[in-house]
Design a protein around this ligand. Structure first.
Ligand SMILES: Nc1ncnc2c1ncn2[C@@H]1O[C@H](COP(=O)(O)OP(=O)(O)O)[C@@H](O)[C@H]1O
Ligand SMILES: [Mg+2]
Length: 467
């Protein structure tokens, strides 16, 4: 009875965890609409919280570096986005749409870790152990070190961790786990937050690396409290088109490495395979000579990647023409359209404009400006750009083309994939080493870029004087 008395009714935002006594249509904290749901809340006092490590303050010089304790996942693409491997005692959240391959990935990682002699406790809160077994058979995983249990009660899971002392703990998924002392069904903010907190304390205390699988909402963010992302050390999103086989794993938060990295996988019946030559994946049909597409060498994280930018301009039937953009920054495209109108004299006032990056990659660097601009020009003039050319450069408001960073990496990747021309800012060409087969097309302005691309459109014989 005593516990029931302690409960109070309150409304809690399912997005950010904000708590209020009265119902509101809009959360006053995060601004989400219709996100407040009535919950029974137990006021938690500080004494209810477990102790994180129990250690006394110590000089930083005495603390040993954790870098040596990284454990390789056995999957190169995953190691890279995690900053070189898994850190003991860390918590990683993997989010993604249903069916994207979260359970597959984590089971494959478990298999590799067990092969390396580690002990893994895989808590399957959604599927029975037999369903997991079927998947493991398909993936060729069979190890004594891999312990599988189907459980949702946090108390019991905690008991198993104490009993079996695994090196890695996997919870698939956190939305299905519940703490019996708390009110509310699994998946509510209170349950998800408290369960995560308790698992994290347990993992940190016992130096277990924790992996949580999380569901995403229709809008694409992690279901449950936004605070979940702040609590864990690493947040990875698994993205990709379910109708296509390749998948992108992206780090959106990483306390132990860069967040710009992406990992690329291909899904087949033996599970997720690493993509070894990613540039080839993002370039559309090489022999297709249609207008409106330009290949650009971008840098994602630490890796150069050739991607194809496509543009389409079409007469608009509305008084306000539409602009649709995916994969590049919307405002950047508006700026490029304005520069093309004012500095080049093209008109888009009666044209719908669509810009897309092939393969679902997101590019957020201004070095893509030149490729976007030329794809738009190529579409509106209906003149294809030669498929042997790549373009890179940042466009300024006066129509000048500015230098970009990491040019050597971009040029090397371009050469490796056998492209013949790279159109790039003049400033970047000084002291640049490149293979004789690659011709540098040096430009200073957008106007110059358009006139020189007239030369390389269709034709492969660029005037040698340009070199
Ligand atoms: N026999 C199979 N052959 C090829 N792909 C399969 C097979 N069985 C399942 N898959 C793939 O695995 C995906 C399910 O992956 P899963 O790891 O369960 O996703 P999640 O845990 O993210 O919901 C399916 O969408 C499908 O693409
Ligand atoms: Mg799953």
């Amino acid at each position: 009875m005593a516990t029931i008395k302690k409960l109070k009714k309150a409304f809690r935002c399912q997005q950010c965890g904000y708590e209020t006594g009265k119902w509101l249509g809009k959360c006053s904290d995060c601004g989400a609409w219709g996100s407040l749901i009535e919950e029974l809340i137990t006021p938690t006092s500080l004494t209810d919280r477990p102790i994180l490590s129990g250690e006394k303050p110590q000089p930083i010089s005495k603390i040993k570096s954790i870098d040596k304790e990284r454990v390789s996942t056995g999957i190169g693409e995953l190691d890279r986005i995690m900053g070189g491997g898994i850190v003991a005692g860390s918590a990683t959240l993997i989010g993604g749409d249903p069916g994207i391959g979260k359970s597959t990935l984590i089971l494959q990682v478990s298999g590799k870790l067990c092969d390396a002699g580690k002990k893994v406790l895989y808590v399957s809160a959604e599927e029975s152990i037999y369903q997991t077994k079927i998947r493991a058979e398909r993936l060729g995983i069979n190890s004594e070190n891999l312990l599988i249990v189907s459980e949702t009660n946090l108390e019991i899971i905690g008991g198993y961790v104490e009993e079996y002392n695994p090196d890695f703990l996997i919870i698939d998924s956190i939305q299905m786990v519940y703490k019996p002392q708390l009110p509310g069904t699994p998946g509510t903010v209170t349950q998800v937050r408290e369960s995560t907190l308790e698992l994290m304390y347990l993992a940190k205390r016992k130096s277990i690396a924790l992996f949580l699988i999380g569901h995403v909402t229709k809008e694409g963010s992690l279901a449950g409290p936004r605070t979940l992302e702040h609590m864990v050390d690493t947040v990875l999103y698994f993205e990709g088109d379910r109708f296509q086989s390749f998948r992108i794993l992206r780090a959106v938060k990483n306390r132990f490495g860069s967040t710009n990295e992406i990992g690329l996988f291909d899904m087949d019946k033996e599970g997720l395979q690493e993509v070894t030559n990613p540039s080839a994946l993002f370039i559309g049909d090489h022999d297709d000579n249609s207008a409106g597409k330009v290949v650009m060498p971008t840098i994602i994280g630490t890796r150069p990647l050739l991607v194809e930018i496509q543009a389409l301009t079409a007469p608009s039937f509305y008084s306000v023409p539409s602009r649709r953009v995916s994969g590049v920054d919307f405002n950047r495209v508006l700026m490029i359209l304005a520069v093309l109108e004012r500095r080049i004299g093209l008109s888009f006032s009666n044209q719908d404009v669509f810009v897309n990056v092939v393969g679902g990659v997101k590019i957020d660097e201004p070095a893509a400006d030149l490729a976007i601009a030329l794809a738009i020009v190529s579409s509106i003039k209906n003149k294809p750009i030669s498929n042997e050319t790549v373009m890179v450069g940042e466009i300024g408001l006066t129509g000048e083309v500015r230098g970009v960073n990491q040019i050597n990496q971009r040029v090397n990747e371009t050469q490796r994939l056998g492209f013949k021309y790279i159109m790039m800012p003049l400033k970047n060409t000084k002291g640049l080493n490149h293979a004789p087969e690659l011709t540098l097309v040096k430009i200073c302005s957008l106007r110059e870029a358009i006139s020189k691309s007239q030369l390389i459109a269709f034709r492969k014989d660029l005037d040698p004087a340009e070199k």
